[in-house]
Structures are given as C-alpha cells and as structure tokens.
Design a protein around this ligand. Structure first.
Ligand code: GTP
Length: 597
C-alpha cells in the first residue's frame, strides 16, 4: 500500500461508551471478519477483560477498505480506557495520526473523554468527534454535542453519528477517517525508525513486539537494535494483525504491525523505545519515552508458608505478559514470607489479584495498598519507600514526601457541595470548576494519591448516585507531615497492618482500624488487646472481650464491600486465617486499614 493510502487511528472513549462494539463493526463492515467469528468481543481477547467488560491491553488490527476506487489500509489501534493505563494510552496515541472521539449520546462527556481528548490533542492527532448509541430512545444528541463543544472545543458541524450496536453510520465514519485523518508522513528510504507501543509473550515465538514504523522498512533477517537498551536482534518474523497474526515480507514507513526476534524476556522490550537498523542506525531515538512506574504497592502472602515458591512461580508467569507489574520478596513478622507487589493503580492491582486467584490454587492474604513515598534523610540521602516496613526511624527523617495528583471529577452540578467537602476532608486543594452545562460541572483538585486510592472512587459513585466520573494524573512529590502508625494485636506488632498516615488524621484512622479489627477478629479464650501506636506512643486502644461459655459464635454485621463479597465467594466458605501470636486473624482484618479512610 502506498503511504498516501494508509490511515492510522484509534478510538478514544470513556469506559462503556462502545469502543469495542465499534471496533467490531469496523471489522464486520470491511469484511475483515465474519459475524460468525465475532465472539462476544473480538478485540478484548483476554478472558478477564471479557468478564469485566473493559479494555485493558491494546489489540491492533489492520483492515482494508475501498473508497472512491482506491483501496485504503486502515490500522486501528485499540487503547485502554482506564486511568491506570494512561501511559499505554499515550503510547498508542503516538502511533496514530487521528482518533475517533466516541461519546455516548445519552451519558455525554465523561472524565476520561476529556482526559483522553486532551492527550490526543497534545499528541497532534486529528479528532473525529462521534456520537455513539444514537439508536437509544433516550439519546440526547444536541445536549451532548453542546457538552463536547464546551469541554473539548468540538465543532458541532464535524460530529458524526453512529450506532455501533445496530451498525448505523459506520460507512460514513470510515469515510470520515479516510478523508480527515492525514496519511502518515515518513520516508521509506531513510534509516529505520520504529516505535514500540506494546508487546506480548508468545510461548512459541517469544516476545511479539508491536511497532509503528516512522521511517525506513523492516524485513525478516534484518539485524535491528533497540536504541534505549542498545540490545541487538535478528528479525525472525514480521506481520500484521488481521486480527490474528498474519505474516508478511516487509513493513515500511507509516505501517503498523509486529515482529518477533527470539526475544525471551518481556522486560527486554521497553514500550516507547525506538527500533533501528543495527548497520544503518537512525541518528536519534524518537522522543517521549517514559518508564511506567508502579504507584501502588501491597504485600501478598501465602496463607501457608510452604506455598511461597508456588506464589513466586505464579507471579513470575503474570510478569511474563505484564512488565509494569513488579514483585520482590519481603518478610513480615506476622505473615512470614511473601512479596511486595507494585501496580500501576488500583484497577491494575485488582486485575492481578483476580488472575492469581483464577490461575493458581493459592490461598493468599493481601495487605492494604499504599503509594510510593520518598524520604529525605538527615544525611542527604533520598530513599524510595514501597511500604511501611521500609520507613526508617523518625529520628533520621528530614522530609517525608508523597505523590500528588491532579484529579478531575465530572459530576452533576447538584453534587458539587458534597464533593468539595469530600475533597477537603482528604487534604485536597481546590483548583477550579468549569460548567459544561447548567446540570454538569468539572471540578479539579490537587490531592495526595494516598487519599485517592482508599475508597474515593466508591465514595464518588455513591455521592453522585453513579453519575460522577473521575480521572487523575500524577504531578510529582510533595513534602507532607507523614508518620508510620503501627498496630499491636495482643502485644505483638503486626507489621502487615502498619500504615503511613498524615499526622493530623492518625488518631482518627487508628481508632477506626482498631474498631474494624474488633469486628473482624473472633473472640478468644482470653481478652485480646488492640493498640495503635506512633513511634512507641499509644494513640488508640480497644479490646475484644474473652469468650464466655454462653457465647457460641460471633455475629458479623455492618457493611459488606464488593471486595469482601469477592473474597467470600473465592474462599468457598473457608476463612483465611493467620496466626499472630496466640490470636487468629482473618484476611479481612488486614484490609481493615482500607476502610478506615
Ligand atoms: P471498555 O472496553 O470498558 O472501554 O468499554 P467499551 O467502550 O469498549 O464499551 P463496549 O463496546 O463494551 O460497550 C458497552 C456497552 O454499550 C455494551 O453493553 C454495548 O452493547 C453497548 N453499546 C455499544 N454501542 C451501542 C450502541 O450503539 N447502542 C446501544 N444501544 N448500545 C451500545
């Protein structure tokens, strides 16, 4: 295909606005795949994604479409719609010249619509504003177009209208992609420059590297070099996704596809890196490389210590296909041998946990998540802290720093008071509000990430009755008055229950944690003392009365969270217990700190 007949684009949308359904329609209408072949969702090929109905990984596809007697090669690059995977969104945007900005014609503009639209504009992409679900009886196209104008500067005359579900307007949208998205600019005769925007591990072929060629060309047998790592390989196979892997002899500037080169380890392939020819290298790498850094950490322990090696193996398998996930061994006094795991965010953490539970028979205890902190010591050394256990003695700490995010909420205007109160409560700093219409408003705050990861999302949903959405980006680290709070169960410090908290909220958090623990831990034959302490000073205490003969069982009551339901289901009646000294502590107790926000 001549470069002038190539179009590279992606679909950006808020979760559930219909991205996967639209991608399926593109495949159907271009004859890339038949109705019969379309399983529930072709592009969301991982089971877990299908179960949860969200797109996590990017699955590209090359489709051919004829318009006005010319045959076009369209490369559709799927993007994840969740904030945890923003880095991947930005990499896939860099592989495109245009984006379909898909908005649900009933729900209207949402937080991720705005966030992704601005990412795309910054990347210089041509946006094609598109209303989806126009088949809905309660669709309100004019209202939603008004919001798009206000939020992302859409020209109403440019808005396309489709129904991905009933196949309405798909051809017109394909034509708009061809007419409005610029053909890639690139020089096939220049030295090779290809951007790696994703990869996956294949048991037979090794790492499959997803690339967008900017300049030059690639063929099997060619010796290539990764510019960031300086590693060299020989290409064994080149191809395109149609949507399965289909081999081809060559890819040239402007095209999108994959290559394999006997790469054994997914960590050797860096998303965002530039591939060049080993003998005729490009002068400089493409800009914009950033290592995705885990921002949320939690401990993962086998209930039975002899399962430690099995857990290591299971984590290693997960890591094969997910280089942004990290794990290192750690020892806890109470929980024994386990791993400290790093995730991009809370959704990433939940996904990994579910995969582990599904793919292995392991019985696990997970500790409450924390963010990554930085500590400047008196001796001038800066250390990164991935968990409360790593916090040095208060005496040597000069500065304690935590990650701050800029968080945007898109909410019904009636909820603005409640939301502002909630943000203030979480150490938020007000930045601005912006009205999209009389009914809906964007509220922007700066806030510690630690305050976001507890249960902010659930709180937002309950305050706004499900209508609010949020998105955030990490701004950097800021000094804060943080301390490590320890929890003692019957005189034993349970390091897995320690948390890093702001001094002003320590006492309140401590009391809440103890109250939760009192609910979760069964009565024993003796009175169980519960204490919260900062550096040896007790700031809160509770106790669980000893069992009396006439008390047969403890009644569980109160609120049951979604997570607990999940674990309850998976535990199949068995309770996960850890022995701390003489006290039996259930898994739920280790998450008590989560609900103490
Ligand atoms: P993520 O993968 O989480 O980003 O979601 P998505 O944007 O891919 O959404 P998906 O395609 O899974 O669609 C979400 C829901 O909307 C599904 O139940 C679809 O059947 C439905 N849907 C998608 N397009 C239309 C449409 O045009 N009309 C109607 N009525 N429903 C639609």
């Amino acid at each position: 295909t001549p470069t002038s007949n190539i179009r590279n684009f992606c679909i950006i949308a808020h979760i559930d606005h219909g991205k996967s359904t639209l991608a399926d329609q593109f495949l159907l209408k271009t004859g890339t795949i038949s109705e019969r072949d379309i399983k529930a969702q072709t592009l969301d090929s991982m089971d877990l994604e299908r179960e949860r109905g969200i797109t996590i990984r990017m699955h590209p596809v090359t489709i051919y479409y004829e318009l006005g007697g010319r045959k076009y090669e369209l490369n559709l690059i799927d993007t994840p719609g969740h904030v945890d995977f923003n880095y991947e969104v930005s990499r896939s945007l860099a592989a495109c010249e245009g984006a379909v900005l898909l908005v649900d014609a009933f729900q209207g503009v949402q937080a991720q619509t705005v966030a992704n639209a601005f990412l795309a504009m910054e990347a210089g992409l041509k946006l094609i504003p598109t209303l989806n679900k126009i088949d809905l009886a309660h669709a309100r196209p004019d209202f939603v177009i008004g919001e798009m104008e206000q939020a992302v500067f859409t020209d109403p005359a440019e808005v396309m209208r489709v129904s991905a579900k009933s196949g309405i307007g798909i051809e017109d949208l394909l034509a708009a992609v061809i007419e409005r998205v610029p053909a890639p600019a690139g020089d096939s005769t220049a030295p090779l420059k290809a951007m790696i925007y994703n990869s996956h591990f294949d048991t037979y072929k090794g790492v499959v590297v997803y690339v967008r060629l900017i300049d030059g060309s690639m063929k099997p047998g060619q010796r290539i070099k990764m510019m960031r790592t300086a590693r060299e390989y020989v290409i064994t196979e080149m191809g395109q996704f149609r949507p399965g892997m289909e081999k081809c002899d060559e890819l040239a500037a402007g095209q999108v596809g994959y290559f394999t080169a006997n790469i054994k380890n997914i960590q050797d392939v860096n998303i965002g890196d530039t591939v060049t020819d080993a003998f005729n290298p490009a002068a400089e790498a493409l800009a914009g490389y950033k290592e995705p850094k885990p921002m949320v950490y939690s401990g993962l322990y086998p209930v039975n210590n002899h399962e430690f090696e099995d857990l290591r193996e299971a984590l290693g398998k997960l890591k094969l296909n997910d280089s942004s996930f990290t794990f290192t061994p750690e020892v806890s006094d109470g929980l024994g041998f386990g791993f400290r795991c790093g995730f991009l965010g809370m959704l990433h953490r939940e996904i990994i946990q579910q995969r582990l539970e599904r793919d292995s028979e392991l019985n696990l205890v997970q500790t409450a998540p924390n963010v990554t902190f930085e500590i400047l010591k008196n001796n001038g050394e800066t250390v990164t802290v991935h968990g409360p256990q790593d916090v040095p003695d208060a005496g040597v700490i000069k500065e304690f720093r935590e990650p701050i995010v800029k968080i945007s909420f898109l909410i019904p205007a009636g909820n603005i008071g409640d939301l502002m109160a909630m943000c203030t409560d979480r150490r938020g700093t007000f930045i601005r509000t912006e009205y999209l219409s009389q009914q809906r408003v964007i509220l922007v705050y700066e806030m510690p990430l630690a305050e976001v990861i507890y249960d902010l999302y659930d709180k937002l949903k309950s305050v706004t009755h499900g209508y609010g959405t949020m998105d955030y980006e990490v701004l950097g680290y800021r000094t804060a008055d943080l301390v490590r709070m320890d929890i003692m169960v019957h005189g034993n410090r349970v390091d897995a229950l320690s948390i890093i908290v702001h001094r002003s909220t320590a006492e309140r958090r401590g009391r809440k944690v103890l109250q939760k623990l009192r609910e979760e831990i069964d009565r024993h034959l003796f009175e169980v003392a519960l204490q919260a302490a900062i550096g040896g000073r007790i700031i809160a205490r509770e106790s669980i009365a000893a069992l009396r003969k006439n008390v047969t069982a403890k009644c569980y009551g109160g609120d049951i969270t979604r997570k607990r339901k999940l674990w309850a289901k998976q535990a199949e009646g068995k309770k996960r217990m850890k022995q701390i000294g003489q006290v039996e502590v259930p898994q739920e107790a280790f998450l008590a700190v989560l609900e103490s926000g």
